[in-house]
Design a protein around this ligand. Structure first.
Ligand code: SAM
Length: 261
């Protein structure tokens, strides 16, 4: 994609930032807006589990979409949708089809973000936010399309005003983040009235032996296992409606809508 397309996306993203929430001047020299600076690793200063460390590796970033993500799904027992179907499912869950602003939290190499951008029209914009420089370097190399822009920031402190997005998504990341509920509360803060949220994360299960096995899996990998009502409960408590949950092996998909008033 041309430099002009990338520059247009970055200009639209800059216009969305809340100056009062910026600790530093955004740096766009790597093709994404960087708010975390040149510090090594994720720059977000969060504790590192083995899975977290992998996300900072250029090698993992390079193979992520071609192998790692599918392998991750298989390891998690997701016998359901293929990668393409999962992305289409996210577009449907977010009801994307117009000039919406979409935020893809923990976007990795932009493997969902560019699909979201493709579903938009006119002044629509899909923003991919991630803390990992290697992941965002892949996103810029492979998934810059019209109506997309990438941002290096911490999902626990998003640089946007309240209610600035019509759709907010976080797939395959809440189980990695040490403070997932801080990220979720931030996602809900930036979700506008009428907007939709879609999440995909881990599920501990309901059968006791299964729960025990998945708890051990979680300890070994550093991935948090969520109980059935943990995420839906937060959505409900923050006033969301039309909450839908699909359980699939060790994975759960959750979506919902913020009412207009
Ligand atoms: C497994 S990838 C998910 C990529 C993509 N969403 C998908 O479904 O394939 C998880 C991402 O979460 C990011 N991440 C972890 N903690 C984060 C934080 N505090 N803020 C932003 N991104 C974070 C990692 O850098 C990594 O790229």
């Amino acid at each position: 994609m041309t430099d002009a397309v990338r520059a247009r996306g970055l200009a639209s993203l800059r216009a969305l930032l809340d100056p009062a929430r910026l600790d530093r001047e955004p740096d766009d020299s790597a093709g994404y807006l960087d708010l975390l600076g040149g510090s090594p690793g994720d720059g977000a200063g969060q504790p590192r589990t083995p899975a977290q460390r992998a996300m900072q590796s250029s090698l993992v970033a390079a193979v992520y979409q071609r192998g790692w993500r599918n392998g991750l799904n298989l390891a998690m027992g997701l016998s359901g949708p293929s990668a393409d179907e999962e992305r289409r499912g996210a577009v449907r869950a977010l009801e994307l089809d117009g000039e919406q602003r979409v935020l893809d939290v923990a976007c990795g190499p932009g493997n969902f973000t560019h699909v979201f951008a493709g579903a938009l029209r006119g002044d629509g914009l899909a923003v991919g936010l991630d803390a990992s420089a290697p992941m965002l370097a892949r996103a810029v190399a492979e998934h810059v399309v019209p109506r997309v822009a990438y941002l290096r920031a911490d999902g626990r402190r998003m640089p946007f005003p309240d209610a600035s997005f019509d759709a907010v998504c976080c797939y395959a990341a809440l189980y990695l983040v040490p403070e997932p509920f801080t990220v979720l509360v931030e996602m809900l803060r930036v979700l506008a009235p009428g907007g939709r949220i879609a999440l995909m994360t881990s599920y501990r299960g309901s059968w006791e032996p299964q729960r025990a096995a998945r708890t051990v899996l979680g300890w070994a990998s550093g991935m948090r296992m969520f109980d059935r009502d943990e995420l839906t409960g937060v959505l409900r408590a923050s006033g969301l409606v039309d909450i839908h949950q699909q359980l699939s092996g060790v994975v759960q998909f959750v979506n919902g809508r913020r009412p207009l008033s």
